[in-house]
Every structure is written in C-alpha cells, then in structure tokens.
Design a protein around this ligand. Structure first.
Ligand code: KDG
Length: 346
C-alpha cells in the first residue's frame, strides 16, 4: 500500500515501471517442457511397474536451476491442456520460472519420455521418447516473444528444439536473430539427440547456432557431429570450437574428466567430482545453470566452472533432472566445504 502510494504520488508512468520489471529477466529460453516418467527400479522397462512423474526438458531444467540460484527466468513454450501439461505448468510456477509466454494448445498433449536407468549400459540412463505429436512440435516463429528476449540478459537455446520440427527450427533461429539484433548474449548447449535427427541434418544447424552464440556448451561427441571428425586433445578441440565464433566455450568431458572452459582472457579446468550416480540425465543442464549463474554474477571463469561442476554432480544424485539442484546457500556450502564430493586427485 505504502509503496503504491509513493509511486502514485511520484507520478511514475506505468510503462516505466513495466520496463524496469521487464528488464529484470536474467535468462529467457525456448524449448519443449516434457513429462518424465522414471521407474522406481533399474534395468529394462518391461519389468518396471512403478513410475515417478517429474517435470523436465532441457531448457526447463536450466531455467529452474537458475531460478533456484536467485535469477529471474522466463520460458517460451507450448504445452497442451492435458493433466500432465497442467502438472508441468504448476512445477514451473512453483519454481518461479516466468510462464507468460507458455501457450496451452487445445487438443494437444505435452511430450513424454521414460528414463531407463542402468540399462542397456550400466551406470548410464537411457531415454525413450513419446513426443512425436506433442504440443511443442507446433512452436513457431510467432510464438517467439521479441520483448521477452529484448529484456533478457541472456537467451539460452539448446540443439533439441531445432530437431523437433521445421517450425521449431524456424522459431529457434528467429529467437537467435532477435537476441543478436538486440545485443542479448546467446548461450547455446548443442544437446545433440541422435534419436531425434540424423547427424548429417543436425550438422549445419548446430554449427550455425554454435558459431552465432556467445557461450557454447558442448561435449566431444557433439563436437564430432559439428566437425565430422574426432579431436582427441581437449585443448585443441576447445580452440577449434572458439574459432567457430563463441567468445566462451565450456567443454564437458564427462563425470570422470570434468570440464574445461576458455574465454578470450581466461582458461579454467574443473576437478571431476565423484558422487554416487542415481540418474545421469540432467547433469548437462545442471552444468549450464551453474555456469550461467557464475557468468551473470561476474564470477571468475574458474568459479563459474566450479559452480557448473557442483550443480552437475548434485543433479545426478537423485531421480528427476532438476530436483536436486541447489539454492544459493546450499551451492556455496558445497563449494566451500567440498563435503560429500570425492575428488579425483589428478
Ligand atoms: O538434458 C536432460 C534432457 O535430455 C531431458 O530432460 C529430456 O529434454 C530432454 C530431451 O529432449 O532429451
């Protein structure tokens, strides 16, 4: 009340207040929110009877991770009007992710995927998609909100969205173009999903998005998709990736080898954090959230990478992609005490 009166008496035009509020978006993104069904047991799904439901999807995970670390986030997406879409929407709202640009399409459902843990590869989770007719496939350039992107500090994109449909690919490039035109930093995680498209189709798309991003998150397998060759040495690889155009590259080398990051002035290496892995899905998104939180907080490259490693390690310690991601106090405690992480001595 009091603040309202003060604002009224100062005669601040509403549009200015709205501008200030709008300019407070730290990270916006567009992508497919998914329902994840994760069995309570491990091994082949044909034997599983009990499943937990989780909200997920790479961009959703990143935005929730950032939101928990105190940043204002906003998602552009399509959902259905089915019960699971309502569940995902409620999860986004309860995690304080802005949903003003989330459209619910009549007669459509959200995409679904199952997680299969420890099978067929021990220690790894596999994903099985049921998303070929999801509401998200209809996302198109008209769903990209120019003012949301324009008032964001970072637009985060992933290589999953352009794989979903032609209109999703167009929407991704429209968002990229708006961000570049408005001087908004672009963060891009290649996230190549071989179950969604062939590497020959993905190559030019991922290469262009990587080249036009400011911060690139990638691993050696996705680099192989882009370059059509394997580069063994991480230092050589990171230089080749930076030559594509991004100012900062974060190269994810896996749980045992950690990550390396390079920007024009700094280079950093993270120590691998060995934790009990319950479900490996979501590690990469945790890393993106942790790193972008460091970047937005103007931390050093090393601290940002440590934040990324911590969030990735936490993500894999329980089922669900984002549930174990930390708030600020928890992250700082893990970073300062290292309690619970077993460090590789290298
Ligand atoms: O990074 C985690 C995602 O892979 C998971 O949430 C599912 O978004 C997903 C996808 O498209 O694979």
């Amino acid at each position: 009340m009091w603040l309202g009166k003060a604002l009224n008496s100062a005669r601040i035009p509403l549009s200015s207040i709205e501008k200030v509020r709008a300019s407070l978006i730290d990270v916006s993104s567009l992508g497919e929110p998914l329902l994840q069904l994760n069995p309570l047991d491990e091994g082949p799904l044909r034997h599983s009877s009990l499943f937990e439901k989780h909200a997920a999807g790479s961009e959703v995970n990143v935005l929730i991770g950032l939101s928990r670390l105190g940043f204002k986030t906003s998602l552009m997406a399509n959902l259905g009007k089915d019960e699971f879409s309502k569940f995902i929407l409620a999860a986004l709202e309860s995690e304080h992710v802005g949903v003003g640009d989330v459209k619910q399409i009549e007669g459509k459902n959200c995409g679904v995927y199952f997680v299969q843990r420890n099978y067929p590869i021990a220690g790894k989770s596999d994903v099985i998609y049921y998303r070929s007719d999801s509401a998200a496939k209809l996302l198109s350039p008209e769903d990209v909100n120019e003012s949301t992107i324009g008032s964001s500090k970072i637009l985060h994109l992933s290589g999953i969205t352009p794989a979903l449909s032609n209109s999703c690919r167009e929407a991704t490039f429209r968002a990229l173009a708006i961000a570049r035109e408005k001087g908004v930093k672009v963060s891009f995680d290649t996230n190549y999903r071989r179950k969604l498209w062939r590497s020959e189709d993905a190559r030019p798309v991922l290469a262009e998005l990587a080249a036009k991003s400011n911060i690139l998150f990638i691993d050696p397998e996705d680099s192989r998709v882009i370059f059509d060759k394997h580069v063994e040495d991480p230092n050589k690889l990171i230089d080749e990736l930076r030559d594509l155009g991004p100012e900062t590259v974060v190269l994810k080398l896996g749980a045992k080898r950690g990550m390396v990051a390079k920007s024009s002035k700094q280079q950093a290496t993270s120590i691998p954090m060995m934790v009990p892995v319950v479900d490996s899905i979501g590690a990469g998104d945790g890393a993106v959230a942790g790193f972008l939180a460091g970047y937005l907080g103007k931390e050093t490259l090393q601290k940002s990478l440590d934040m990324a490693s911590c969030c990735a390690a936490l993500a894999v310690m329980r089922r669900g992609d984002y549930e174990n991601l930390p708030d600020r106090a928890y992250l700082e405690r893990w970073l300062s005490t290292k309690e619970g992480f077993e460090y590789d001595p290298r």
